[in-house]
Design a protein around this ligand. Structure first.
Ligand SMILES: Nc1nc2c(ncn2[C@@H]2O[C@H](COP(=O)(O)OP(=O)(O)O)[C@@H](O)[C@H]2O)c(=O)[nH]1
Ligand SMILES: Nc1ncnc2c1ncn2[C@@H]1O[C@H](COP(=O)(O)OP(=O)(O)O)[C@@H](O)[C@H]1O
Length: 189
């Protein structure tokens, strides 16, 4: 049975880059659905399943989503089939969620979930969000959410491991530590 490695933390902490580098034939990524528009470098079906609001609502009402959340005025949700297939499968898989998603998955699939919080300080988040295209209001919202929620102790509390990926940290070192966390939490059975 496969475990699900959940990466969560503030916007621009490095979750997507970590997931990208971990992804391999023996370690697939689980994509989630969102109503937010794709960024320039994002591909439908690879980074997210990009849906309009009506299709998202349909999946919600049909029971196709096991959890969903609202972030920055857009909807994000996890497809039930993606989680059940990953758990039934032979290998671990990774997924990027927020705290609501971590709690929902831990409640239903406790022993299959390894939640890794990826943090970065506000200076790093700000610099990276300025580099990422997006309007100033959206950036301000993401930074406000980081300050008020995602960088608090309460937000990190459900994590099985907490990792800081600030500017100045060699990304290769971050990746090595993520791999160590995944290996060290492996069940003995
Ligand atoms: N609960 C939940 N959160 C999600 C899901 N998909 C993405 N998220 C979270 O939604 C937030 C916003 O994602 P995104 O707009 O891609 O911003 P990013 O964090 O900068 O990559 C992030 O915290 C994601 O981890 C989902 O299916 N469920
Ligand atoms: N240790 C690091 N040092 C410098 N830049 C980094 C580091 N880790 C990630 N980044 C960069 O920060 C930006 C945001 O990372 P990303 O993975 O998209 O974040 P998230 O998915 O958490 O929003 C990317 O351009 C990424 O290459």
């Amino acid at each position: 049975m496969g475990r699900i490695i959940v990466l969560y933390g503030p916007s621009a902490s490095g979750k997507t880059e970590i997931q990208r580098q971990l992804t391999a034939p023996g370690f697939p990524r689980i994509i989630t659905a969102t109503t937010r528009p794709a960024r320039a470098n994002e591909i439908d079906g690879v980074h997210y399943l990009f849906l309009d609001k009506e299709s998202f609502r349909e999946k919600m009402t049909c029971g196709e989503l096991i959890e969903w959340t609202e972030y920055n005025g857009e909807w994000y949700g996890t497809l039930r089939s993606s989680i059940e297939e990953a758990i039934a499968g032979p290998v671990d898989a990774s997924i990027i969620l927020d705290l609501a998603g971590v709690l929902a998955l831990k409640e239903r699939y406790t022993e299959h979930i390894l939640a890794v919080y990826i943090g970065a300080n506000l200076a790093s988040l700000t610099r990276r969000l300025v580099e990422r295209d997006g309007d100033a209001a959206e950036r301000a919202n993401r930074l406000r959410k980081a300050r008020k929620q995602e960088l608090t102790e309460a937000y990190m509390q459900p994590a099985d491991a907490v990792l800081w990926n600030n500017d100045g940290t060699d990304f290769a070192e971050t990746l090595k530590r993520v791999r160590e966390i995944i290996a060290s939490h492996r069940r003995e059975t």
